[in-house]
Design a binder for this molecule. Structure first.
Ligand code: FE2
Length: 323
């Protein structure tokens, strides 16, 4: 996060109105203890916070998400962050676009702007720190000179847990409506897409290749949360740590084409995924990235194992889970 260590003013792109980051997400699940185990093993600090469970990155204690008890797993809302000087502009913009403001849900009082997106999901825009990076941080590669051993014993391995949330990928019945809403209302921009199957959007003030993305389904739902780690080594060690705890199902190790990131997805107890991601493309605030429509057969992944049959199955649409 920009504010870590010696404070630096976050970058912004002058004149443009757009959210700059994901501030936080809120998930409902039937059993918060199950979530605490999964996300704890995944590498996050899970801290009780009133009647919710906070999901924090270990290095800086930032709370990326909250989990609350509900009848089924679902994304309750996503809070996006904007610059302080933009909140009033967003209020006028929403009014001008005919997007009605609504009250926050009980227990989530804030001075942000609350409304529903194209699928009826609750969205908040609030003033908050720029959690998306201001620049691309090169992938960490640890090599050694000739004549030295490199890899440690596994029991001495020292994996770096997720540093931050990178993006959220959701199911939607209408990709075009999703792209139109998040572009027109939140000021995100298309990074890449494949026909009406998937689309990726970035922030105009400098962000990863995608802050949010949408995959086609017959109903809304969460596909995955993506968590940034500094090195391919940390993807492997994270996947191994999860397998050791019984979370064997997922997809990876591989590399995407759209976004270019290296990945390993671990299936969560509700059939969606958390992704270890490394070296995702970055869109600086100084350029207009050209959003391209890629052939599906070219865009999905560069290499990796075959897809598990339920990788794009929307369990949330059925109110169920894989087991
Ligand atoms: Fe992802």
């Amino acid at each position: 996060m920009t504010a870590i260590g010696r404070y630096q003013q976050p970058v912004r792109r002058g004149g443009l109105l757009g959210v700059h980051s994901i501030g936080e997400f809120v998930l409902t699940v039937p059993d918060v203890e199950t979530a605490a185990r999964f996300y704890g093993h995944f590498g996050l600090d899970t801290l009780a916070d009133g009647n919710s469970l906070g999901l924090h990155s270990k290095a800086d204690a930032y709370r990326w998400g909250r989990v609350v008890e509900g009848p089924r797993k679902a994304m309750q809302h996503i809070a996006f962050h904007c610059f302080e000087e933009d909140l009033g502009r967003f209020r006028r913009h929403l009014e001008h676009e005919g997007v009605p403001l609504i009250d926050p849900p009980p227990g989530f009082d804030s001075n942000g702007l609350w409304f529903r997106d194209h699928d009826g999901m609750l969205i908040e825009i609030r003033v908050g720190p720029k959690t998306s990076p201001d620049r691309k941080v090169p992938m960490a590669v640890q090599s050694t000179p000739a004549g030295q051993r490199n890899a440690p014993y596994r029991r001495l391995s020292d994996r770096v847990p997720p540093r931050r949330l990178s993006h959220i990928l959701r199911f939607t019945p209408d990709i075009d409506r999703a792209v139109a809403f998040y572009s027109r209302i939140l000021g995100l921009r298309l990074s890449d897409r494949s026909a009406d199957a998937i689309a990726f959007l970035h922030g105009v003030h400098g962000s990863d290749h995608h802050l949010v993305a949408f995959a086609k389904s017959n109903a809304p739902g969460l596909h995955h949360l993506s968590w940034d780690v500094p090195a391919i080594e940390d993807i492997g060690l994270g996947a191994m740590a999860m397998a050791d705890k019984g979370y064997m199902k997922g997809w990876g190790f591989g590399r995407h084409v759209l976004g270019s990131n290296y990945f390993h997805y671990v299936q969560d107890p509700w059939g969606s995924f958390s992704e270890y991601s490394c070296d995702i493309d970055y869109v600086p605030n100084t350029m207009d990235w050209e959003g391209v429509n890629h052939p599906m057969e070219d865009g999905f992944y560069l290499w990796g194992p075959n897809l598990p049959p339920d990788f794009v199955h929307n369990y949330e649409a059925e109110g169920g889970s894989p087991t």
